[in-house]
Design a protein around this ligand. Structure first.
Ligand code: R5P
Length: 295
């Protein structure tokens, strides 16, 4: 097995390759003076099983195009099989047409990946995809969303956080909170968040959460602007919550989100390296390696 890193996942790819004891193939990714991307694979892939790891972190469109070019360059070198690992599947929140006339972004991305990968593309892995519906947009390759939740459970167990309640930001995300709570022998509940489809503005309804004196973990798939977490922290604090841990698989943390979340009262922001940042305490490498080992 050969591992090819995209520019967004170099360290993660080294960790995966090390863990699998397999070769890391070098690439050249650069920009022409006019801003266009150039991609070259520096190795022989003929008849090999190849794993491409590229997360679609900001700037998403640029990293998507790099992904498409990498898949094209790889398939042209005739490997036996291509497995694509996309730790963060961008555009996942556009998983259906919420308003008439909207583009179905996540479907288009899945279709382009499959179109370029052709019959060489066998599997696509991602983590905690915003909506499982997206996986069905892949028609030929096996697409799977892996869970980072067991890694979060290990993290909080090691920290020895006591008397925990795990909260989901909305009812739709309750399964995530339920799973983590079970692993940590904790209670769980959910907030009631809604988003205006036109303005994007979030409203979080105040309800009794039974957080008084407790350690609170709010778990979400994505933190983008931080708006959801900040509203949740305000409600939790007003109800006497003690230590507030903000956790998510994909810490996009746009602009000053990190500062605003800490300033609102979070004790810690815990994320994974699906989006490499200083809040990426948890690495997905072991889980990626485990799945690749299984075949
Ligand atoms: C939305 O449905 C997602 O699950 C997250 O809750 C959302 O993306 C968080 O966004 P923000 O940090 O901008 O509130």
């Amino acid at each position: 097995m050969l591992v090819i890193p995209g520019t967004t996942t170099q360290i993660l790819s080294v960790k995966v390759a090390r863990s699998l004891n397999c070769t890391l193939i070098q690439t050249t990714v650069k920009k022409f003076p006019d801003g266009e991307i150039y991609v070259k694979i520096n190795g022989d892939l003929s008849n090999e099983q190849v794993v491409l790891i590229q997360t679609i972190s900001p700037p998403q469109d640029e990293h998507l195009l790099e992904l498409f070019l990498l898949i094209e360059a790889i398939t042209n070198l005739k490997p036996k099989e291509l497995i694509v690992v996309l730790p963060y599947f961008a555009y996942g929140r556009q998983d259906k047409r919420f308003l008439k006339g909207e583009a179905l972004s996540s479907k288009i991305i899945a279709e382009i990946i499959e179109q370029i990968g052709g019959t060489t593309l066998s599997r696509v892995y991602t983590f905690d995809i915003h909506s499982p519906r997206i996986l069905k947009f892949f028609k030929n390759a096996r697409a799977e969303s892996l869970s980072a939740l067991p890694l979060f459970a290990d993290y909080f167990r090691e920290k020895d956080v006591k008397d925990i309640i795990v909260l989901a930001p909305d009812e739709g995300a309750l399964d995530r909170a339920k799973f983590l709570a079970k692993e940590l022998n904790a209670t769980f509940s959910h907030l009631e968040k809604s988003r205006d489809r036109v303005t994007g503005e979030i409203t979080v309804k105040v309800k009794n959460l039974s957080v008084s004196g407790k350690s609170v973990i709010i778990i979400d798939d994505i933190i983008s602007t931080g708006g959801t977490m900040i509203k949740a922290i305000e409600i939790i604090k007003s109800q006497g919550g003690k230590d507030i841990y903000v956790a998510c698989t994909h810490p996009l943390l746009i602009k000053d989100a990190k500062y605003r979340i800490f300033n609102a009262g979070a004790r810690e922001i815990v994320g994974t390296d699906s989006i490499p940042s200083e809040c990426s305490q948890i690495s997905l490498a072991t889980e990626i390696a485990r799945v690749l080992r299984q075949k």
